[in-house]
Design a binder for this molecule. Sequence first.
Ligand code: S6P
Ligand code: ZN
Length: 187
Amino acid sequence: MYKEPLGVKVDFNTGVIPGAKKIVRRLSDMKGYFLDEKSWEELVKKEDPIVYEVYAIEQEEKEGDLNFATTILYPGKVGKEFFFTKGHYHSKKDRAEVYVALKGKGGMLLQTPEGEARWIPMEPGTVVYVPPYWAHRTVNTGDEPFIFLAIYPADAGHDYGTIAERGFSKIVIEENGEVKVVDNPRW
Ligand code: S6P
Ligand code: ZN
């Protein structure tokens, strides 16, 4: 009747959680996500790099329970655009989430269903509160893996559809050696 508590040691250097479910996303899994489709295709043909890996400790999808997961988002770019996670709304739209940055450099793009966007820079120690209803995507703006921990309601679920179709209203690019958050020309 009571679930068993558990403690695991998260390796802050690698992001690995022993015994967790592992998900690997390669660039080929992200067709249509990046603006520069030609560069995307070339890079997929050349090496199809891993863009990110997730280690998740998940519970049954029940109200009140919690999941947690690390993400290791690798450095890289497609054209001018930095590597990012797919990004999602929660299936239960009013479910919030907390992120803790552990290593590397990056940030989070958040967006309301109406397309209002925010950019929150993240470095080790940054804690980000993702309010209910906001879609969220992380971006690696550095040159080493960007690693963070996310804690989210077990019944939140992932709704990838809207973002897969339309993306975010902002994109994060490198221009003249600088990180810039600019309007998405496809939005
Ligand atoms: C889950 C949480 C993260 C992401 C992970 C990968 O709610 O936000 O664990 O799942 O960073 O991103 P995505 O957008 O592919 O799920
Ligand atoms: Zn989430």
